[in-house]
Design a protein around this ligand. Structure first.
Ligand code: PRT
Ligand code: ZN
Length: 285
């Protein structure tokens, strides 16, 4: 029987969201005793639990067919795999940071300095692109303490809120890479595995679209409908249902999560009342 083997992070920032995404796609996993892998009960996939750093290599070698991990690790490992889909979670950036009292003058600041990082490939590409000669000090963890203990002049590390840099007396001065969780895939998947992947992606996109959008219902006088329709494009166009009260109707549509507040104000100004905003569970375009 054909099964698509999916590598996810065993223990870390990506683990919960990766499992949650698959569960939101309606895939149920048995709580097997094995800590290495588990098989889905109702979909032809198997989960392998790995360190994120190992996932690109295992996908290249087809120990796993696809993997879920951060773009930062994919670009650093630089394996021969396909990038299949961006997933929109685990957003972060790989940035250069320097002691906060220093003045940054651009990439040239790093000339002949020592930079500590767990991302030597991405950093070295950045330095080359900017014609900078600098020493790369590769360390695997707690990169942010390197300048404080005299190991390096600057760091190149993952930043999310920025608070780790701040507590270590550093400031972010240059973003080298913006990253989020993605799906990578082996380049030689069989037709049967490609078909499983296609139906998995169909479900993932429905979950992602649902998260990025809200269902909106509102009441409005008929005279305001045209103006409101221009603000609410919807998937095709808004649904309009007459209300018992003469001259009034209810409009239903879909708004993008990130445009939401801006649209709400425009709608109220146009005459909308009783606005309800509801999460969408799945959205198939
Ligand atoms: O054990 P394994 O090798 O599997 O895990 P790991 O320790 O290498 O990775 P993990 O679980 O820490 O992170 C997995 C992935 O999450 C990373 O590869 C990124 O794609 C993504 N991600 C998102 C982050 C962060 N946000 C993040 N904030 N990875 C790490 N951090 C760390 C960063 O290294 C720094 O120490 O958090 C600190 C900075 O956070 P702020 O909020 O203080 O800026
Ligand atoms: Zn790792």
């Amino acid at each position: 029987m054909n099964v698509l083997k999916i590598a996810i992070q065993k223990n870390g920032r990506l683990s919960e969201n990766s499992k949650k995404l698959l569960e939101e796609c309606g895939i149920k996993f048995s709580n097997g005793i094995s800590v290495l892998k588990t098989t889905a009960q109702n979909f032809p996939v198997e989960l392998l639990f790995l360190r994120d750093d190992d996932i690109p290599q295992y996908v290249e070698q087809q120990v796993a067919d696809i993997g879920i991990l951060g773009e930062n690790v994919v670009f650093e490992k630089n394996k021969d795999v396909n990038i299949i889909e961006q997933l929109g979670f685990a957003g972060c950036r790989l940035s250069i940071a320097i002691p906060k009292e220093e003045t940054y003058t651009g990439p040239g600041y790093l000339m002949n300095k020592k930079v500590a990082t767990s991302y030597p490939k991405i950093l070295s590409d950045f330095l080359k692109k900017n014609n900078i000669t600098a020493e790369i000090e590769e360390i695997s963890g707690s990169v942010e303490i390197a300048p404080g203990i005299g190991l390096a002049d600057a760091v190149c590390d993952i930043v999310s809120s920025g608070s780790t840099l701040l507590t270590n007396g550093l400031k972010e001065v240059e973003t080298i890479l913006k990253s989020q969780a993605i799906i990578i895939g082996n380049k030689n998947l069989s037709k049967a595995k490609q078909d499983i992947l296609a139906s998995l992606l169909f479900r993932i996109r429905a979950v992602k679209n649902a998260k990025e959008n809200k269902y909106i219902l509102l009441n409005a006088p008929e005279s305001a409908v045209e103006k409101i329709c221009a603000i609410l494009p919807g998937m095709k166009s808004p649904t309009i249902v007459p209300l018992v009260e003469k001259g009034w109707c209810s409009l239903h549509s879909v708004v993008k999560e990130d445009e939401f507040w801006e649209r709400i104000n425009q709608l109220r100004e146009a005459g909308a009342e009783g606005i309800l905003v509801i999460p969408i569970e799945k959205m198939i375009l």
